[in-house]
Design a protein around this ligand. Structure first.
Ligand SMILES: NC(=O)C1=CN([C@@H]2O[C@H](COP(=O)(O)OP(=O)(O)OC[C@H]3O[C@@H](n4cnc5c(N)ncnc54)[C@H](OP(=O)(O)O)[C@@H]3O)[C@@H](O)[C@H]2O)C=CC1
Ligand SMILES: CC(C)(CO)C(=O)C(=O)O
Length: 322
């Protein structure tokens, strides 16, 4: 069930809270700009790959087509300010989470709270296991229906609107002060919803990606083409398997509701080319292992067979290696 924390309407939050975004890509730059709205101080920064901190000019085109120029700080991995980060948004691709985040954990304070915001599932298990050695650090998981397009490395356009769904997963819960601070993400009326538990919401999003991403990549089509009758039985089979695996993972999903939501997203994003379609088209690695691959991994753990999802993993991996 979604719930919205009761937040005071006046802005009483601490403007000096240091927020960092790991992964300065499309979604990372979108989050950076949304979190920076109305802040007087430079309290939102990126964390980069390099050891040294540097400044980076950015260009952001907002939902009203306005251009915003800014100068961002990209904290180096040796910067002492990492210990001051109170909130860390992880916006790398699912397959990059382990390599990007785990080396940073010893440099963060026990008061830091981490938010994972990628498509797919699986990295949360690795991160939660690693966090067991860092008492205090809390983990929130989330997914966003907002979309951003990287026009060039440091120019990002806000290209899609929707809800950002978040929920506590392990460790200390996010403080009310931090929840108030990130309410800035709603500055353009794109809501943040809080869920407890959060995993059913993430499985629901997994279903959307498990159907749309590999089918558009393999059939080289826009999302909307999946509404055609020829895909109906394959879509039903992918969802049937996912719902069964989720059940063994203690997540109850309503098959008809999942199916209806998948078709709704196919319709709402009909002109889009999915991220997996684009990754394949640009010879980039895909998130298949964290999408259909996660369903297969959990199925294996529960001794279940998921031939339709396994077929998609194999085919997409073949395509991305060819
Ligand atoms: N773009 C969108 O509209 C949406 C994306 N998502 C999801 O959000 C996640 C991020 O997607 P997106 O923003 O498009 O991906 P991008 O590839 O644009 O962004 C990822 C960024 O992380 C950086 N990065 C990777 N590894 C490290 C590291 N070790 N240290 C520091 N930075 C690192 C990458 O740098 P480099 O490029 O140099 O490798 C890149 O800038 C994905 O899971 C995606 O599915 C969800 C909804 C919409
Ligand atoms: C919802 C969808 C399928 C939109 O294209 C997406 O999240 C993606 O492309 O990764």
């Amino acid at each position: 069930m979604a719930n919205t924390p009761t937040l005071p309407t006046s802005s009483t939050h601490d403007n000096n809270t240091l927020i960092a975004v790991l992964g300065a890509g499309a979604i990372g730059q979108l989050m950076y700009h949304k979190l920076s709205v109305n802040t007087q101080t430079n309290d939102v920064m990126f964390i980069g790959r390099d050891k040294l901190t540097r400044q980076q000019p950015l260009n952001f085109i907002d939902h009203t087509q306005h251009n915003h120029e800014s100068l961002a700080t990209i904290l180096g991995t040796d910067d002492d300010r990492l210990v001051q980060v109170e909130l860390l948004f992880v916006c790398v691709k699912a397959y990059q989470v382990e390599q990007a985040l785990l080396p940073l954990l010893p440099k963060l304070s026990p008061q830091c709270h981490i938010v994972l915001l990628h498509n797919g599932l699986g990295p949360h298990l690795l991160v939660a296991a690693a966090l067991s050695q860092y008492q205090g650090i809390g983990l929130t998981l989330g997914t966003t229906s907002q979309a951003a397009l990287k026009l060039s490395q440091w120019q990002v356009k806000h290209s899609g609107f929707g809800v950002t769904q978040l929920g506590h997963y392990c460790g200390s819960a996010m403080s009310t002060a931090l929840k108030m601070r990130i309410s800035h993400l709603q500055s353009d009326n794109q809501p943040i919803e809080w869920y407890q538990p959060v995993l059913p919401v993430l499985w629901q999003k997994l279903a959307i990606n498990a159907v749309i991403n590999p089918l558009t990549a393999l059939n080289q089509c826009a999302n909307g083409q999946l509404a055609a009758t020829e895909y109906q039985s394959q879509i039903s089979a992918i969802i049937d398997e996912l719902v069964e695996v989720a059940k063994y993972d203690d997540i109850t999903l309503d098959k008809a509701a999942v199916r209806a939501r998948v078709y709704q997203v196919i319709e709402l994003t009909s002109a889009n080319f999915s991220s997996m379609y684009q990754d394949i088209a640009h010879n980039r690695p895909t998130e298949i292992n964290e999408i259909n691959g996660y369903i297969c991994q959990q199925a294996k753990a529960h001794h279940l067979k998921v031939p339709n999802n396994q077929y998609l993993v194999d085919k997409v991996l073949q395509l991305s290696q060819s």
